[in-house]
Write a protein that binds this ligand. Structure first.
Ligand code: AMP
Ligand code: ZN
Length: 471
């Protein structure tokens, strides 16, 4: 049982398999932690999560690395506007991101390294690039990658030379006029007055790493010079991923990632999401309108990842109905959700669902098959075909659990109840759990008291907490 997935580099659907024969080792570019992630970002993170879940439920081990971009123009600018130290500012948004991930039932990556935590690794990689004459320091003190020195440049995005030159400066800053060529991109940015105290020492003077070098250095450290798969939203194909490949392959002369998995964008009511159009939604925006993260997750799975997906409130309403149908099926068959998704599962009667998922992660087809089976099995139930058939019922339970694990949906009576817990209460409770795990007892107690005042009791278990109404 092998997953076949479209590869952006070769433009082919190819089998995903572990180079070391054990674990599929993969990387997903993580969030820039300067504000709340929006549901478009979460389309990408949810699909990466489903990729991992489909492998794991089919018995394939994985090793998942996702970084945190905690230093760049946006994080620096925003932290300064708010007068908060960069590390405190990004720590807050990191916690918020991780809470949102948990609400959406995303599996935590095996490691979540930050850019700031990997400055020496980034400097070391830049040094290797300079040694090999693939990079140079310009008059302004910044260090640039010499695109011309890497013949393979443009292979992933297949952009013509002219497009590379005209698109390159988009995510770069305007002060980079000292580059030898317009296509060259910054590896190290010399300190500027607007950076304030956010700089590090390097062989090229004070400054900070560019955005692209962070992912390359983190991948090399945690996944090696060559690994199985690299992923992100389509906007990252160029220049970010193109640059990541160049930075690594120019020094190693080995294939950086063997497979490239990109997720098409989420649109909102037919338009690109943007702050200025006022159509950019976060999880909490939707929670305020009464939508549960599971419904959002379902909606994000309802489109094929290779096509843009249109978010509408109608489709969110349809997601709500779909979840409630799945819950009805669970109660009819006396199914109890098991919270340990890392196990290999037997899909049994639900095999067609697994098959669709293994075929280029076709989630809409897989959901369609799931609902067809739910209908057919319910009809069989009414015909009495499950009367006294404990083995048959057990196979349905196992197969249903396998589907839920692969989609990352939590469906049982308890999940239905949690729909009634307001988002800010869930968030506060998550924060308290985090404080408890960090042994920050005073903060944990204070949050428990606040929750109690708002009418909610927290009951702790070994691996998590439950919320109950206090009256
Ligand atoms: P950022 O926090 O901007 O670095 O983005 C985090 C991830 O979200 C990246 O993989 C982006 O490619 C992805 N992304 C950004 N906008 C969208 C969108 N509208 N739909 C899907 N993925 C997106
Ligand atoms: Zn990246």
């Amino acid at each position: 049982m092998v997953l076949k997935l479209y590869d952006t580099l070769t433009r082919e659907v190819r089998e995903v398999f572990p180079m070391d024969g054990q674990s599929v080792r993969f990387y997903g570019c993580g969030p820039t932690v300067y504000g709340p992630a929006h549901i478009g970002n979460f389309r990408t993170f949810v699909m990466q999560d489903v990729f991992r879940r489909v492998l794991e439920t089919s018995g394939q081990q994985t090793f998942h690395v996702r970084n945190l971009t905690d230093v760049d123009d946006k994080t620096i600018r925003q932290s300064q506007e708010e007068g908060i130290k960069l590390e405190d500012f990004t720590a807050n948004w990191t916690t918020r991101f991780q809470n949102d991930c948990e609400l959406l039932n995303l599996m935590a990556p095996h490691i979540e390294p930050s850019a700031v935590g990997h400055i020496p690794e980034q400097i070391a990689l830049i040094e290797r690039l300079i040694e090999k004459d693939k990079a140079y320091q310009a008059k302004d003190g910044s260090v640039y990658f010499r695109v011309e020195a890497f013949a393979e440049y443009g292979r992933l995005s297949r952009l013509a030379d002219r497009e590379i030159t005209t698109s390159a400066p988009v995510r770069e800053t305007s002060d980079e006029y000292d580059r030898d060529s317009a296509a060259d991109f910054a590896l190290w940015k010399a300190r500027r007055p607007e950076d304030g105290e956010n700089f590090w020492n390097s062989p090229w003077g004070e400054g900070r790493p560019g955005w692209h070098i962070e992912c390359s250095a983190i991948c090399m450290k945690h996944l090696g010079e060559s690994f199985d798969l690299h992923s992100g939203g389509v906007d990252l194909v160029f220049p970010h991923h193109e640059n990541e490949i160049a930075q690594v392959e120019a020094v190693t002369c080995k294939t950086f990632a063997r497979h490239w998995f990109h997720i098409a964008h989420l649109m909102v009511e037919g338009q690109k999401m943007s702050k200025s159009l006022g159509n950019l939604y976060t999880l909490s925006d939707l929670a305020e309108k009464g939508y549960h993260p599971q419904e959002i997750r379902y909606l994000l799975l309802s489109g094929n990842y290779r096509q843009p997906l249109n978010f509408t409130f109608d489709s969110l309403g349809a997601a709500r109905k779909a979840i409630s149908k799945l819950t009805d099926f669970a109660s009819r068959f006396g199914f109890e959700y098991k919270d340990n998704s890392q196990l290999k599962r037997e899909f049994g009667p639900f095999y067609p669902v697994q098959e669709a998922l293994l075929t280029d992660l076709n989630t809409p087809e897989a959901l369609g098959r799931l609902f067809r089976l739910v209908r057919e099995l319910t009809e069989a139930w009414h015909r009495g075909e499950f009367d006294g058939e404990t083995d048959k019922i057990k196979a349905v339970h196992e197969g249903y659990q396998a589907c839920l694990d692969a989609f990352g949906l939590v469906v049982d009576a308890k999940a239905q109840e949690s729909i009634d817990i307001p988002y800010d209460i869930q968030e506060m409770a998550q924060k308290r759990w985090q404080s408890k795990c960090n042994k920050n007892w005073a903060e944990a107690d204070q949050l428990r008291d606040e929750l109690l005042k708002l009418g909610w009791i927290v009951k702790d278990g070994k691996e998590g907490f439950e919320l109950a109404k206090s009256d």
